[in-house]
Structure formats: C-alpha cells, structure tokens
Design a binder for this molecule. Structure first.
Ligand code: ZN
Length: 236
C-alpha cells in the first residue's frame, strides 16, 4: 500500500561535501523520496546540478529519486537523467510546447512522469497533462533558490489542482515544493497535497536532518491528518 504522506527532502540545501552521508541520514530518518532541483541558468537564473549528481545520489540510496527539471528543452536531457537513476522526472509546462508528448517520453524511459508550473502560471495550463501525470507539483515559491518564503496565495491553486485530480479520478501524487516548513506544511496538506518537498527545513534544521523530517511529519499528522479525513482516500 502506498503511504499517504510523502516527505521528499531536496538536496538543494544539503552539504555537498558530505552528500552521501546527508542522504543516508535523511533515509534513516524516514524520508520517502529524495528530491533533486535541477536548474539550468536559463529557465531559472540559478545553476545547480545535473545527471552526474543524480547518479551519485543513486549510489547513496535506494529511495526514489524525484527529479525536478527547471530547465529549457528538458526533452534533450530526459534520457541522461533516466540513465543516471531518476525514478520520476518532473517537467515544467512552461518549457514543454507538447506537454503530453513529453510525459509520454518520460514514461517510455521507465520513469514516473511529473508536471509542474510556476506560481504565475494558472492551473488550467496543466489540463493537457493531467490524465497522463503520475505526479503534479505545485510550486509555492518562484523557482530558482533554496530558502525562499512560502507564497500563501498559492494555497488556492493547490485546492484547485486537488479538485481537478479528484474529478478525473487521478491517482497522481499532488506534490508541493518551495518554502515548506513546519510552519507552512499543514496549510498545503489541508489544501490536499500529499507529497512535501523541503530543503532548508530538513537540511538546515538546528537539531539536524532527522529532527527536520520529524518536525514536518509531526505537524502534518498532529494538526491535519487526524481531522481531514483525507487519509482514507484510496490510492492505487
Ligand atoms: Zn523542486
């Protein structure tokens, strides 16, 4: 059975001199997926990591590697990321003129296909992708840097996407990314998100990685899951 809540630490805030250890620590602390924020210096101003780092992550853990491609022309690199060990590949609607075709390409490479959108892009832009997507990621900050403030106005978009996924009886994970911390996580959980990416809140928690993951989980479980009823939703 699928877990009802996914905590996906983003290595964007990890200590890269000790990346393997930090991933192992996150895995031991109960992380469900490892999220990798790939930025190309074009689609977003920052430049981060590519397939070489994904391949290193693959050697450090058996957890699913959730790869968020903030890059132009992602179709050119899908195969490289798949070969490096990606479990899921998430592409931006803004970078994919044929989003359905791109998601099919991802699936043909043996990966879960994810779609995401920038804060200013309306949820309606996801429509051609919703039936195909295994994951829908709603960005709750402007993409590009770790440690940004959560945008509360995006909660309504999470609600809207949740509604559409339920309407079409999609089993896709609804994932959120950006500014997720113990202070914000319950708001997006209440809105219907199930997978939570956190970088700073995990890797820069003053009491360490395990405490960062536990703080998120506690917040979700104690404040939301027991009252929302959503934990009973059947997932395939
Ligand atoms: Zn991300």
């Amino acid at each position: 059975m699928k877990p009802t809540i996914i905590i996906a630490p983003s290595i964007l805030s990890a200590d890269f001199t000790r990346l393997g250890e930090q991933i192992s620590e996150a895995e031991s602390a109960g992380a469900d997926w490892i999220h990798v924020d790939v930025m190309d210096g074009h689609f977003v101003p920052n430049l981060t990591m590519g397939p070489v780092i994904v391949e290193a992550c693959r050697r450090a853990t058996n957890l699913p590697l959730d790869i968020h491609l903030m890059i132009e022309r992602p179709e050119n690199l899908l195969e490289a990321f798949a070969q490096a060990g990606a479990s899921s590949l998430i592409v931006h609607v803004e970078t994919c003129p044929d989003i359905a075709g791109t998601l099919k390409m991802i699936k043909s490479l043996g990966c879960k296909a994810g779609v995401t959108l920038n804060p200013e892009t309306p949820a309606s832009a996801l429509e051609p992708a919703l039936n195909l997507a295994d994951q829908v990621l709603v960005l709750t900050v402007h993409p590009g840097y770790s440690g940004q403030a959560f945008m509360p106005e995006i909660v309504s978009k999470v609600v809207e996407v949740r509604h559409r996924l339920d309407e079409i009886q999609s089993t896709a994970w609804l994932e959120v990314d950006g500014g997720i911390s113990a202070a914000t996580v319950s708001r997006v959980r209440e809105a219907g998100a199930e997978a939570f990416v956190a970088a700073y809140a995990v890797f820069h928690h003053p009491d360490g990685i395990a405490a960062g993951i536990q703080a998120l989980r506690n917040e979700i479980i104690t404040k939301v899951v027991t009252t929302s009823g959503q934990q009973n939703r059947i997932k395939s």
